[in-house]
Design a protein around this ligand. Sequence first.
Ligand SMILES: [Zn+2]
Length: 61
Amino acid sequence: MTEKACRECHKLTIGATCPRCKNASLSDDFSGLVVILDPGESEIAKVMKIDEKGRYALRVR
Ligand SMILES: [Zn+2]
């Protein structure tokens, strides 16, 4: 299974829809990978407006 990235929130998933925002608009053309373990303590999470731990793509086309 290849991972795809949600175009809305950039979360990575192997499913057909985003588990976070239920968006079905996924892209396999993404670059960069960010792992958020503690959203409240992560500067990257704040910049990317991520409030849930998980794996995210930096850029999604
Ligand atoms: Zn999403």
